[in-house]
Design a protein around this ligand. Structure first.
Ligand code: UDB
Ligand code: ZN
Length: 213
């Protein structure tokens, strides 16, 4: 067999392996599944290869979902975050890829064992309501969130597997996404916190453009 044939052969298996390991929307469990209602377990550090690969796949799904071509090809809902319990892994980890509504800056990170250590008194909510990858698409409801949060996190470098412990401050949209994903680790879904109308606090006018209908 020629070197080229061997190369093609190996490439084929590498591609098959990657496709088989790729997370898709079918892997996201839906409301009613018991895992979504459990408190997620602490992730053991140093990070195991298994947990690291899970985080990488989760990030890949979220990043791919924001790429028009890949989103169409794999039928992905354009997402801004995903927590491990949503793929039926009850561990404290999630990833976020969300733009700041003011600066346009992209907040992209994967965390393990996060802990929100302070919530601002001031509240906010998404004017268009929240949705969830684990809840039927039609339901979008208003959810009050803290306007600013401070959290202790272990940020995982998805290239090197290095972990950086630190305190992050988030506000606006990235802050809302963080609180939404954090709730998943506690077994809470946005539908639990939904309100019909909110008129005592200011809304975050954001996301009407890219939000899937
Ligand atoms: C989402 N996407 O990913 F404002 F650029 C939602 C879905 C459920 C509609 C796919 C989303 O909010 N996209 C969006 C919104 C914007 C601007 C923008 C893109 N999630 C993630 C999720 O379910 N994680 O568990 C729901 C979001 C609602 C509020 C925070 C997370
Ligand atoms: Zn969600």
């Amino acid at each position: 067999m020629s070197k080229l044939k061997i190369f093609n052969f190996i490439s084929l298996f590498v591609i098959m392996y990657l496709v088989i390991n790729m997370l898709l929307m079918k892997d996201v469990i839906q409301d009613g599944h018991p895992t979504l209602r459990k408190r997620a377990k602490e992730v053991e550090l140093p990070l195991s290869n298994e947990d690291f690969n899970t985080l990488k796949s989760m990030m890949e799904l979220v990043v791919n979902s924001q790429n028009d071509e890949l989103a169409e090809k794999y039928m992905l809902r354009p997402s801004v975050g995903l927590a491990a319990p949503q793929i039926n892994i009850s561990k404290k980890m999630f990833c976020i890829v969300a733009p700041d509504e003011k600066t346009g800056q992209l907040f992209q990170f994967a965390v393990v064992n996060p802990k929100i250590i302070s919530y601002s008194e001031e509240k906010t909510y998404l004017s268009g309501g929240e949705g969830c990858l684990s809840v039927d698409e039609e339901i979008t409801g208003l959810v009050k969130r803290a306007k600013r949060i401070k959290a202790k996190v272990n940020i995982v470098d998805l290239e090197t597997k290095e972990i950086t412990e630190g305190i992050i401050k988030l506000s606006g949209f990235p802050g809302i996404v963080f609180q939404h994903e954090y709730d998943h680790l506690l077994g809470i879904l946005f539908v639990d916190k939904m309100e019909e109308t909110i008129n005592d606090i200011s809304a975050l006018e954001f996301g009407e453009i890219e939000k899937d209908s």
